[in-house]
Design a protein around this ligand. Structure first.
Ligand code: CA
Length: 236
């Protein structure tokens, strides 16, 4: 097995959670996985911690005493110094609408309590990978589906896939933003560009084509419809 990536610096995760037991559990799981951790019990403590040491990612509980996690996420996004720190919301709210609301305030992902540490680690790594890959053109691989942004090639289990440029862009966007739900409008903005006039229906057409392209290899199931919200890329 080739291991091209050598981890030099450890990523630092700031855990903002008022329940000590959960905070300890998160810290333990993350440190076991090789991350450095800082802990804060509320937004105020978090602010002080960030000032002295900037984290690579923030795990932010939705329900906090004082300023809520969602308001704090919004504040983090409005300040230039913290705007580009990825945020994962921890939420007990299971409603899809709440999740979308959380994402709209600027969180990158959300995890619904109760969650397994395995899921947590996977989400943290996915978000960190997404941030580091958004600026470069590194090859992305998910369970045998490989996308190379430099050569515009996609392979499935080693086989070349014929894919149109638009489907490629759509897949590239999805694969770099796993588990997150996007509305048709958001997909248009991200994939087609904000100032291009394209009907929302166009998104559905390209989603269909992308699924058809991936179908022979079984990867079409990763492109999931979230009823009345939009679409997401998920391996689950
Ligand atoms: Ca809480």
């Amino acid at each position: 097995m080739l291991e091209p990536e050598l981890s030099v610096a450890k990523d630092k995760i700031l855990i903002v959670e008022d329940e000590e037991a959960i905070r300890d559990m998160l810290g333990y799981a993350l440190m076991k996985e090789g991350f450095n951790c800082d802990e804060a019990a509320d937004a105020e403590q978090a602010r002080n911690t960030i000032e002295s040491s900037r984290p690579n990612l923030i795990l932010l509980d939705w329900m906090l005493p004082g300023m809520s996690g969602i308001d704090y996420a919004r504040r983090l996004r409005n300040v230039p110094e913290t705007r580009d720190i990825p945020i994962i919301m921890l939420t007990a709210k299971g409603e899809e609408a709440d999740k979308v609301r959380g994402l709209e305030t600027g969180a990158d992902d959300y995890i619904t309590k109760p969650f397994s540490t395995k899921e947590l680690i996977a989400r943290v790594k996915a978000v960190l990978r997404r941030y580091s890959s958004s600026t470069d053109t590194s090859i992305i691989e998910v369970n045998g589906l490989v996308l190379d942004p430099e050569t515009y090639r996609v392979t499935a289990n080693g086989q070349d896939i014929e894919i149109s440029p638009t489907e490629f862009k759509l897949l590239h966007f999805f694969i770099g933003h796993p588990e997150r739900v996007y509305s048709r409008t958001q997909l248009l903005d991200h994939v087609w560009g904000e100032n291009v006039y394209v009907e929302e229906r166009t998104v559905d057409v390209h989603i269909r084509r992308l699924r058809k392209t991936l179908e022979p290899y079984g990867f079409d199931r990763y492109i999931q419809t979230v009823r009345s919200v939009g679409y997401r890329f998920s391996t689950r």
